[in-house]
Design a binder for this molecule. Sequence first.
Ligand code: GTP
Ligand code: MG
Length: 192
Amino acid sequence: MNFHNAEFVISAVNESQYPKGNLPEIAMVGRSNVGKSSLINKVLNRKNFARASSKPGKTTTINFYNIDKKINIVDLPGYGYAKVSKNEKLSWANMINHYLEGRQQLKTIFLLIDARHTPTEDDLMMIDWIEHYQIDYYVIATKTDKLKPSLRKQQLDEILNILEIDDKKFITFSAQTGENKDNILKIFSSFE
Ligand code: GTP
Ligand code: MG
């Protein structure tokens, strides 16, 4: 995989629209505005390929992106965004759960959390849920460029303590500086 060919495949709202075939998939999951679409753009070296926005709730469908005809990267809507209606929240939650629960091609989940904040109840629930379904995952702590260097270690240690996960599953990331971009590319490559 040389990452030269990245293309948008489809925006799906239900299973019949998911791509057919057996390409492995890696899904981006996390709170609204945490940086899921920005991670995809930075790692693939493309501007606004996955649509990112400072307005939370930007991604409202399940968006599939293909890389080199080898893997699909899946950008899911964010959870926990307060300003959408109850019905809309429910419909996003159903959409996300349905994909995560039933998708055979799903090989690993990237659960993104904001490195500046302690994980939310939603984040903890998501980890429990992923572990319950025994899906492989990494926790990606995003926006590390916004951490004060003097507080960085303390903040990251606190997150690890709260999540109670193996630090091998924990990756820091910044879409500004590209921190650990290469390690994420390595993970993508391992599924081809
Ligand atoms: P939804 O689609 O609403 O679920 O959001 P998302 O998780 O896809 O977030 P998105 O990538 O759209 O980013 C949200 C905002 O955070 C945008 O204004 C980004 O520019 C900003 N952002 C994302 N990643 C980083 C980062 O690593 N550092 C900084 N400083 N800002 C970031
Ligand atoms: Mg998005």
